[in-house]
Design a protein around this ligand. Structure first.
Ligand code: ATP
Length: 286
């Protein structure tokens, strides 16, 4: 069953349609990227999922229940929210920042719980006593993710979580993101305008254009079976690299879910293996 369902969701601001009859089923445990250019409606759509915004028409259901019938605090306990600029309270220590959502929701905030939480995002407990400004941007964003995980929600909503980071930190956090213990088995819905980020992290991508859902599909289907010329055009410039990214080592005989993209970057493989992967890639496309 879908954990989140959107049925004909429509929203206008000042008579300008921003979401045009969006219907989507989001499955439990999948990572979905909301992808599109600036102003396409990604954040507006994300905010409908946890009732920060209400549709003018249509409805959003969480586990089969229309969310307008759920109490906002009950819904939000099930949906962690990670924002671009992290939003840590600057005058509170990392520990206090993490304790806050637990206290608000009446959960225990023991030292053990907090240590477990920070370890879920790959940070050492020594950071708990520090102030936010004493952490790097990447570390702060990890704390932002830990804070979203504090109430043990089923769903994590992320609005451009990595876009404020420098290139190297962003790529490192994206790579780690795939393996963070705290995010395993969560349903994640992430806004991004970065095509590579969407292809790297998402199981399915919802491509939005001017408030319209152009296609909601797996990365490989977006590339090989675009629903329209618009989808094909959107991905045209990055097409070759994206395809390379999508052919998994598994398809190429490596029993790993690592992508070719990663494999070619990796130090674990010998150059002859990298050549074999490149050859397989070329054969796949010839
Ligand atoms: N509260 C609001 N009042 C009026 N217009 C709004 C409001 N929020 C968003 N909009 C408009 O709705 C459209 C979609 O905005 P939204 O933030 O959802 O786009 P986005 O795809 O997330 O863009 P970006 O990548 O730039 O954040 C834009 O034209 C924006 O100006």
């Amino acid at each position: 069953m879908a954990i989140i369902q959107l049925e004909n969701v429509q929203k206008s601001f000042e008579q300008k349609p921003v979401l045009r009859r969006i219907s989507m089923d989001i499955h439990e445990g999948e990572t979905v990227a909301l992808l599109g250019k600036s102003g396409s409606g990604k954040t507006t759509l994300l905010k409908h999922l946890n009732a920060l915004l209400k549709p003018d028409d249509g409805r959003v259901c969480f586990q089969g229940t229309p969310i307008d019938t759920l109490k906002p605090h009950i819904l939000r306990r099930q949906m962690g929210y990670v924002i671009q600029d992290v939003g840590l309270l600057p005058h509170l220590s990392i520990e206090e920042n993490l304790t806050m959502p637990l206290r608000i929701t009446g959960r225990s905030a023991s030292q053990d719980t907090i240590i477990e939480l920070i370890e879920l995002v790959g940070l050492h407990e020594k950071y708990l006593n520090r102030m936010p400004h004493e952490l790097s941007g990447g570390q702060q964003q990890r704390v932002g993710i830990a804070r979203a995980l504090a109430t043990n929600p089923q769903v994590i909503l992320m609005d451009e979580p990595f876009s404020a980071l420098d290139n190297i930190t962003r790529i490192q956090l994206q790579d780690d993101f795939l393996n963070l213990k705290g995010l395993a088995a969560k349903t994640i819905i992430m806004v991004t305008h970065d095509v590579f980020e969407a292809f790297k992290l998402a199981d399915r991508i919802a491509l939005l254009h001017d408030g319209e859902l152009m296609q909601f599909d797996t990365p490989i289907n977006l590339l090989t079976k675009p629903a329209s010329n618009h989808v094909a055009d959107f991905l045209k410039n990055d097409h070759l690299l994206l395809k390379m990214h999508q052919i998994t080592c598994h398809q190429l005989g490596h029993h790993s879910t690592k992508t070719v993209f990663h494999a070619l970057e990796s130090d674990e493989l010998k150059s002859t293996e990298k050549l074999a992967i490149m050859q397989a890639f070329l054969n796949f496309h010839s």
